[in-house]
Design a protein around this ligand. Structure first.
Ligand SMILES: [Zn+2]
Length: 425
């Protein structure tokens, strides 16, 4: 087997700063757009960020049409609805305003309206066909309103495939927004739990990008076009992810305690973007792979701060509940990088032994989870040992990320990891 010898560094252009949303009209005009689909979710339909976006676009004479039905947890059905709207609307540009779900929905709408095909055509194998996207898409810009998905800089769109009860997605560089607009004025209204979950998701993106299988230990692609977006840890993802870990560890608690702390909120938002650049190229691994069935199999858990009456394990929560067990498992592959991560999180590792690296990083993550009010393990969100077989079954198809584990993880390993994640402290 030939091993990989190259990696690429792709990212969106970033505009950062308070009030940057007001420039979206000029930004889209510069791309030659005259008719733009603005994608958001029903909760944000009447929000200030959406109003500012529509006003800025219309102020430049752009025909801006609002689609406010992106689902909080997108599915194949909700993707199809957005795609039909995009096809009908004959848009020449796209703007997403919202969390990862609005951005992912917008990417899908742009993709299938630009290169029409059956939904499964571009979806990651083994669930979809994994056909490479045939060419560039229409210009899309993303305006995140939560700090944590980093979706504004990645070419990935995730959704629940309802028929199979599985989370899957589309990953292609072509899906990457051409610009992310990071405006701290847009994240002021986040409930505590939403801020905590999205912040921990972002932390996990960075930690997983740092500890992922190094790119040169991955098999080489048969053709450069088949090189995956998630390439494994590399020197460039390392830089961005490292800084993100420091920024989030220092500021997340401040944001959760005091949403009016403008400086801390700005730092967390910027860190989400740094983490997005890091994992958008380096990738994530087991904590994310294991999170998909956790979110997908939720029964009746409703977190505070999220829409009432809708059972949900938020993405960031599902990821961090598995993360401590994962890092205890992966540390064996490279104790140094795990200790380095704990140091970035503010822990003194000067006298730490390599054999303790996994426990040390796991404790650092648990410590932050407790401080921001996360539930104590999978049990606290309604899972028990009887669910483990199903959880493992749901993780195995997530090749795109599980293959980037620095230690191969088979069904037995995954079983143990889920059991270790039932109670964390
Ligand atoms: Zn994530």
């Amino acid at each position: 087997m030939n091993l990989e010898t190259a990696f690429t560094m792709d990212t969106s252009s970033i505009k950062y700063g308070r009030g940057a949303t007001r420039e979206i009209g000029c930004d889209m005009e510069e791309q030659g757009c005259r008719r733009v689909m603005v994608v958001t979710d029903p909760h944000l339909g009447n929000s200030a960020p959406v109003a500012v976006t529509l006003e800025a676009l219309r102020g430049r004479g752009i025909d801006a049409v609002l689609f406010d039905r992106s689902s909080v947890e997108p599915t194949d059905v909700s993707f199809k609805e957005a795609i039909a709207f995009a096809v009908d609307g004959r848009f020449d540009g796209y703007v997403a305003v919202g969390g990862g779900s609005s951005m992912d929905t917008c990417k899908a709408a742009n993709l299938y309206a630009t290169h029409p095909a059956d939904l499964m055509t571009y979806v990651n194998p083994p669930i979809g066909n994994g056909t490479p996207v045939p060419g560039p898409l229409k210009p899309m810009m993303a305006i995140p309103t939560t700090a944590g998905t980093g979706s504004e800089t990645t070419g990935v769109a995730i959704f629940d495939y309802l028929e199979m009860g599985a989370k899957t997605g589309i990953a292609s560089r072509a899906l990457r927004p051409i610009r992310g607009i990071i405006d701290p004025d847009n994240t002021r209204t986040l409930p505590k739990m939403v801020a905590a979950c999205t912040g921990l998701d972002q932390l996990a993106h960075a930690l997983e990008a740092l500890t992922a299988l190094p790119y040169h230990q991955r098999p080489a692609p048969d053709h450069p076009r088949l090189r995956p977006a998630y390439q494994g840890a590399n020197p460039i993802s390392h830089v961005w992810a490292s800084r993100a870990v420091e920024m989030i560890s220092r500021n997340l608690m401040k944001v959760v305690e005091n949403p009016d702390d403008d400086d801390a909120r700005g730092e967390v938002l910027l860190a989400a973007t740094y983490a997005g650049i890091g994992f958008g190229n380096g990738g994530v691994h087991l904590a994310h792979g294991m999170s998909y069935p956790v979110s997908g199999m939720v029964r009746d858990y409703v977190p505070e701060g999220y829409p009432p009456g809708h059972a949900l394990v938020p993405h960031g929560m599902a990821v961090c509940l598995n993360a401590p067990a994962v890092f205890r498992f992966t540390a064996q592959a490279d104790p140094e990088i795990h200790l380095y991560c704990a140091r970035l999180m503010g822990h003194d590792v000067s006298r730490a032994k390599p054999k303790d690296a996994g426990d040390i990083l796991a404790s650092a993550v648990i410590d932050l989870m407790r401080r921001v009010g996360m539930p104590n393990g999978l049990k606290a969100v309604g899972f028990g040992p009887q669910d483990v077989d199903k959880l493992v079954e749901g993780t195995l198809p997530q090749h795109r990320v599980t293959k980037l584990s620095p230690r191969p993880a088979g069904p037995e390993d995954l079983r143990r990891l889920f059991l270790d994640s039932m109670t964390l402290w």
